[in-house]
Ligand binder design. Structure first.
Ligand code: TXA
Ligand code: MG
Length: 329
């Protein structure tokens, strides 16, 4: 399959909408990461997402809609907590889990489950595309399963080129990590995946159950099927170490004959030929993280040493992604 590369102008958005309407696969920018879209009401189209990504069928997709009314139309009942969070945070990087209307969202999108994940993105190209299609669009991150999420059209091309119909290029994404996921099917709500919208901000609006602790979760059923430990993983082996131990870890890797890269942040000087120095604030760090990991992977690093970030709650979303990237498979 030839993958069309589309600039994000009006004609391209119309073209992308046409491909989606006839059941094709289009990658598009959102404020978090690029998504791989297909019709959420069409099982055959949605199945194409799982095929292109090599995604296990048990891992459900997020459905993207242009506004709160369209979200309500997909839900079997709309809890008061959903309304509060939607009014306060949408459009934006927040995903809500609600009961699914089976006549509106294909079972394959929800991995056969009774719930559906819904979000209203704020990115202007995503919004223009959703308006033009006029249908709910299922879209996971636009990468092969277990690879690093894409924050540029080039990342999408590298991972899915030749497997999907088109890529809408909207430049680098601003948030850089995936949306916060909140389950509002029961009260108190549960934060299933931390993100740019903090647990604190959620808790200021609705009652929230104490941190589910995804990475270190007790052996109960994983609350979000795709949040198993090794999900945001580069191909390289990742070591997450205290900042002061980065140098030593790089030396050890080099002595073992590895090509080692480093990810540090703030005012530290990045160490060695394959070193990425990220901003010292959580939002700036998150925006830059995946591009840094993609660069180190492209440079052929087989070991990536990452300086651990602060324990502060403001770093929860970043720490979650780093812990997953460094989890042993
Ligand atoms: O920012 C984002 O959320 C991006 C952009 C493209 O919107 N999308 C994204 O999708 O990160 P994906 O598929 O990479 O991650 C979706 C997560 C998975 O962990 C999946 O298991 C979870 O959402 N999920 C989807 N539907 C669910 C449901 N009904 N119940 C619980 N978790 C669900
Ligand atoms: Mg993903």
């Amino acid at each position: 399959m030839r993958t069309e590369r589309l600039a994000a102008d009006a004609a391209s958005i119309a073209r992308a909408a046409e491909i989606l309407r006839r059941g094709g696969l289009v990658a598009f920018p959102t404020e978090t990461v690029y998504g791989l879209g297909a019709r959420a009401d069409d099982a055959r189209a949605a199945r194409g997402i799982f095929e292109a990504k090599g995604r296990p069928p048990g891992n459900p997709l997020i459905v993207h809609v242009p506004d709160v009314a369209s979200a309500r139309a997909l839900a079997d009942g709309w809890p008061a907590d959903a309304e509060r969070l939607a009014q306060a945070m949408w459009p934006g990087p927040l995903t809500l889990i609600v009961a699914r209307r089976p006549d509106r969202v294909a079972g394959v999108v929800a991995a056969g489950g009774p719930t559906v994940a819904i979000r209203v993105p704020v990115h202007p190209i995503a919004r223009a595309l959703l308006d033009a299609v006029g249908l709910p669009i299922a879209a996971p991150s636009a990468n092969r399963s277990t690879e690093i999420s894409p924050t540029t059209a080039e990342h999408v091309e590298k991972s899915l080129g030749g497997r999907i119909d088109a890529i809408l290029d909207g430049g680098p994404t601003a948030v850089g990590i995936e949306s916060t996921i909140v389950d509002v099917t029961r009260s108190p709500a549960r934060v299933l995946r931390p993100g740019h919208v903090t647990a604190e901000a959620i808790a200021a609006l609705v009652p929230v159950q104490a941190a589910a602790g995804l990475v270190t979760a007790p052996a109960e059923r994983a609350p979000s099927p795709g949040t198993h430990a090794r999900h945001y993983a580069p191909r390289a082996q990742v070591a997450l170490v205290p900042a002061h131990a980065v140098r030593g870890e790089l030396d050890r890797a080099a002595q073992a004959g590895s090509r080692a890269g480093a990810v540090e942040y703030g005012s530290r000087t990045a160490t060695g030929p394959h070193a990425e120095l990220l901003p010292g604030d959580p939002a700036g760090y998150a925006a830059a993280l995946y591009a840094a990991l993609h660069r180190l992977e492209d440079a052929g690093c087989d070991v990536i040493v990452i300086a651990a970030v602060p324990e502060d709650p403001a770093w929860d979303a970043v720490r979650d992604r780093l812990t997953r990237a460094s989890a042993t498979p």
